[in-house]
Design a protein. Structure first.
Length: 241
C-alpha cells in the first residue's frame, strides 16, 4: 500500500524538528512525513521574501501532487491559507492551535504595529532577550519543564533577522482574514486544541461551526504546543484523519 505524504508546518520560533516526536509516533510504514523549516526559521532563516505566497510555493514544490497538510499556530494559518489557495492538491487538513486571522481591520492594524515593534526589538536586543520574553507569554504557561526547555532551546537557535522577517511577512497583522472563506473548504478538516488552551479552543469551536466537514479534537492536559506536549496523541489524531 502506498504511503500517504503528510506535510507538517511548524509554529513561529520553531523549526521542522519540533515535529520529530510526532513523526516518530506516526511511523514510516503508512506515512511519509515532510517537516520543512519555514522561511525565516532554522535552515531557511535567510530565505527571502518571507510571505504567504512564497511559503505556499515552497510547500507545493516539496510535496507530491496530492498530500495531507497539517500546521501548528503560525504553520496552521499558513496551512489554512494554502488549502484555500490550492484545494486540488490537498486531501485533508489538520490545524493545531490555529486561527483564520483577525477579522477586524482596526485590530489587524494594531497587531501589525505590535509585530513591527517586536521585530525591531528582536533585531535590536538579540535572540536571548527575545527568547526569554517569548517563553514567559501566558500562551505557554504551565508547560512541562522539559517541553519549555526544548522550546526555549529552539528559540535560542533562531536568527534574529529571520524571526523579524517572519513577523513582518507571516504575522496575523498582515494575514488576510479567512473567516468568511471557511465554508469553501470541501476536504475533511480536523481542528486540534489543547485542553488548557482556552483561547484557541474557542477559536477552533467557531471554526468548526463554519467548516462543512470539520472535526474538533481537544487533547487532554495540554496547552498551546500540542505537538511538543503530547506528540503521541497528536500522531493518533493525524492517523485517524
Amino acid at each position: 500500500m502506498a504511503r500517504e505524504t503528510i506535510v507538517l508546518l511548524h509554529g513561529f520560533t520553531q523549526t521542522g524538528r519540533s515535529w520529530d516526536a510526532v513523526v516518530a509516533a506516526l511511523g514510516g510504514e503508512r506515512y511519509r512525513a515532510l517537516a520543512p523549516d519555514i522561511r525565516g526559521h532554522g535552515e531557511a532563516a535567510d530565505r527571502r521574501p518571507v510571505d504567504f505566497l512564497s511559503v505556499h510555493a515552497d510547500v507545493l514544490s516539496l510535496a507530491p501532487r496530492a498530500f495531507a497538510l497539517a500546521g501548528y499556530s503560525m504553520g496552521g494559518r499558513i496551512a489554512l491559507s494554502l488549502a484555500l489557495a490550492a484545494p486540488e492538491r490537498i486531501s485533508r487538513l489538520t490545524l493545531v492551535g490555529a486561527s483564520p486571522g483577525i477579522a477586524a481591520e482596526a485590530e489587524r492594524r494594531a497587531r501589525r504595529s505590535a509585530d513591527e515593534a517586536l521585530a525591531e526589538r528582536i533585531e535590536g536586543e538579540g535572540i536571548e532577550v527575545f527568547a526569554s520574553s517569548w517563553s514567559s507569554l501566558p500562551l505557554f504557561a504551565d508547560q512541562p519543564p522539559a517541553v519549555a526547555a526544548a522550546a526555549h532551546a529552539m528559540r535560542l537557535a533562531q536568527s534574529p533577522a529571520g524571526l523579524a522577517a517572519a513577523l513582518r511577512g507571516l504575522g496575523t497583522g498582515v494575514m488576510e482574514p479567512l473567516w468568511d472563506r471557511l465554508p469553501e473548504l470541501a476536504i475533511p478538516v480536523t481542528l486540534v486544541a489543547g485542553e488548557r488552551d482556552a483561547r484557541f479552543r474557542a477559536i477552533a469551536q467557531r471554526m468548526a461551526a463554519a467548516i462543512p466537514r470539520a472535526t474538533l479534537e481537544v487533547v487532554p492536559e495540554t496547552g498551546h504546543a500540542v505537538a511538543l506536549e503530547a506528540p503521541a496523541a497528536l500522531a493518533a489524531i493525524l492517523a485517524r484523519g
